[in-house]
Design a protein around this ligand. Structure first.
Ligand SMILES: [Zn+2]
Length: 625
């Protein structure tokens, strides 16, 4: 192995060195920045195909360029390099050859011929069906449509972008428009950083709603697969307006020149949840504005991604802030970036009326139960789920309970809720996590700027609000193995996590959406509607009986498989001690299993505990005028 690896690594270092020399040379020539042209043809969007041509000023000689790899907000090397197809280079009107770096798959080299001053790089983004586009709408993510001189800071790369849309499609974006003519739009020159942070949404069925026009424009832009899907209930619109007011009341300042919610409604493409400084990509099902369950889910998504404009875009962990899209992002503080956002992303919909207090409590109960029942917490501290972000997002479903996944979202929520309750109790209700947010995320209104932070600043700001052993508090919950989830925010907040036979509303919605049954808190099993075991909790009866992911249930207590039969069998365990008999296919073999269990159905909820005052209800009270 070393015989192969050593020279490859040497070559890699040489190439990095070459890229750095190239970047330094541009600076030495007085070229602190470079202006590239990006022309996108999106007229074939309904075929999931976008064409782009990138014009880069160059000098004769070796030249290296880079396709964005580490995508902000995705925290991972997720640039869709496999979708970059049809790559062609032209200089002086002639085609020139290119090579890919043998180690860094996102880097390319070529030799610019004598006399050439401009390199034209063209390629297609052949997107996976069902991701960014449908037949009637598209998300245009500029990072998928651009290359830039390798090693250059993305602030120093200036981009003049233009796009051609399908005929009669409308669009929305935070990107400032220079000129608009029929289906062709030219944008003002911006940095590559801003371009990648300002995606565009376009579609045949389109609607724009102003949520606030002062002090700056806040707009809900909606593209849908059908005109009927664009209908917005009056109370939903009022809730969106309140969301803007509540967020601004919470943080006390904003860091954008205007804000666009880019909402797509489609069951086949455009599904998304990605934050930006001045916009968010929010993609849900076609009937999200009329279906009650989907509407509640949308409240969570909008609250989360909007919160990120403050927590994640404006204030960002220093190790997640990179000079361009090549250096790795380090995720160890994602329990702040995503965890605090997950918490505020549920508090804000409740404060703004998009959620009822009961929606909030059911959501918190679902999160608390899931985290408290992760068997992986016996081996894996929370911080490791964040440090390992490069692969935790794409974790397989099988053995997820044992593995843990992106728990920095949900357990992060619980620890920030606990911090909120501690501040409120210590200050006898005078202060709250809102005060932390105003100190940390507020200040004067600004445009889209980044202010980085480290753990020390988090601890210091918490102590500035309310003196407490915050370093010890966070170290214990983030870095240590804890058999139980941090539930003190719930218990000290005046509520208890309980389990009973009534389904949890949020869990039920997820079951319907994903077509599975979540029996995590009874026999410890998640099973598809067809009977395929998706996951087990190794410490609970189903796994102890021998069941494992990938097996298929074909019979329950002597009858053919059905989800109803299994639910009835579990419910019946309350009446008698008999085990549940399961017939199971394991590949081409069939076996019987006996699940020893007698607890009946168990679903999580929060129940009021009157021995403590009701802090949770205080947390979700509206605070905007
Ligand atoms: Zn997020």
């Amino acid at each position: 192995m070393t015989r192969v690896i050593a020279p490859t690594l040497r070559r890699y270092r040489l190439l990095i060195l070459f890229a750095l020399i190239q970047a330094c040379a541009l600076t030495a020539l007085g070229q602190n920045s470079v202006v590239i042209r990006v022309e996108v043809d999106a007229s074939q969007a309904s075929r999931n195909l976008l064409h782009t041509t990138v014009g880069i000023p160059v000098k004769p000689g070796p030249f290296s360029f880079f396709y964005p790899k580490w995508i902000p907000g995705e925290h991972s090397p997720t640039g869709p390099i496999n979708d970059m197809v049809g790559l062609k280079l032209t200089a002086n009107g002639k085609s020139i050859p290119w090579t890919r770096d043998p180690v860094e798959m996102f880097a390319f080299q070529c030799e610019v011929p004598p006399g050439a001053s401009d390199l034209e790089v063209s390629f297609d983004n052949a997107a996976q069906p069902g991701t960014t586009m449908s037949a009637r709408l598209a998300r245009i993510k500029w990072n998928r449509l651009v290359v830039y001189p390798r090693g250059m800071n993305s602030d120093a790369v200036r981009v003049a972008a233009a796009i051609r849309l399908p005929v009669d499609w409308q669009f929305a974006t935070a990107l400032p428009v220079q000129r608009e003519r029929r289906d062709e739009i030219e944008f003002k020159e911006v940095s590559l950083t801003e371009l990648v942070d300002s995606p565009m949404m376009a579609g045949a069925n389109f609607r724009k709603l102003t949520l606030a026009s002062t002090p700056v424009l806040h707009e809900m832009d909606i593209a849908a697969d059908s005109p009927a899907a664009l209908d917005v209930k009056a109370e939903t619109l009022q809730g969106w307006k309140s969301l803007v007011n509540e967020a601004n009341a919470l943080f006390g300042a904003h860091h954008y020149r205007s804000y666009h919610f880019l909402l797509t409604l489609s069951d086949v493409g455009g599904s998304e949840g990605l934050e930006h400084h001045e916009s968010s990509e929010d993609g849900v099902g076609e009937k999200a504005l009329s279906d009650p369950g989907q509407l509640i889910d949308l409240g969570d998504l909008l609250g989360h991604e909007y919160t990120h404009s403050w927590n994640g875009k404006f204030r960002r962990p220093a190790d997640l802030t990179t000079p361009d899209f090549e250096p790795p992002m380090l995720g160890h503080l994602l329990w702040v970036y995503e965890g605090l956002t997950e918490y505020l992303g549920k508090v804000l919909p409740a404060r703004s009326g998009l959620w009822t207090p009961e929606n909030f409590r059911e959501s918190i109960a679902a999160v608390a139960a899931e985290m408290d029942n992760q068997s992986g917490r016996n081996w894996r501290p929370l911080v490791d789920t964040a440090t390992a972000v490069q692969f935790t997002y794409s974790s397989p479903r099988a053995w997820m309970n044992y593995r843990r996944r992106v728990d920095y979202y949900f357990e992060g929520l619980l620890l920030w809720m606990e911090a909120d309750v501690i501040i409120r109790r210590q200050s006898r209700g005078k202060l709250s996590l809102d005060d932390f947010c105003r100190k940390f995320h507020g200040g004067p209104d600004t445009g889209p700027i980044v202010k980085t932070y480290t753990l020390d600043e988090i601890v210091k700001t918490l102590n500035d609000v309310t003196p407490y052993d915050w370093r010890g508090f966070l170290d214990d919950r983030v870095n240590r193995i804890n058999q139980r989830a941090p539930l003190a925010g719930i218990t000290h907040g005046g509520w208890k996590l309980v389990y009973n036979e009534t389904p949890n509303e949020e869990v039920k919605f997820t079951e319907e959406q994903r077509k599975f049954m979540n029996l995590s808190y009874s026999i410890g099993l998640i099973v598809s509607n067809e009977g395929v075991v998706l996951d087990v909790n190794p410490e609970l009866p189903a796994a102890k009986a021998g069941l494992a992911p990938g097996m298929k249930l074909v019979g329950v207590n002597g009858r053919a498989w059905s989800g109803e039969a299994l639910r009835e069998a579990i419910a019946a365990t309350r009446k008698g001690p008999a085990p549940i008999h399961l017939r199971v296919d394991n590949g081409s073999f069939q076996d019987s299993y006996e699940v020893v269990y007698r607890g009946g159905e168990r679903h999580p909820h929060l129940e009021r505990d009157t021995t403590n005052s009701d802090v949770l209800s205080e947390i979700i009270k509206p605070r905007a005028r």
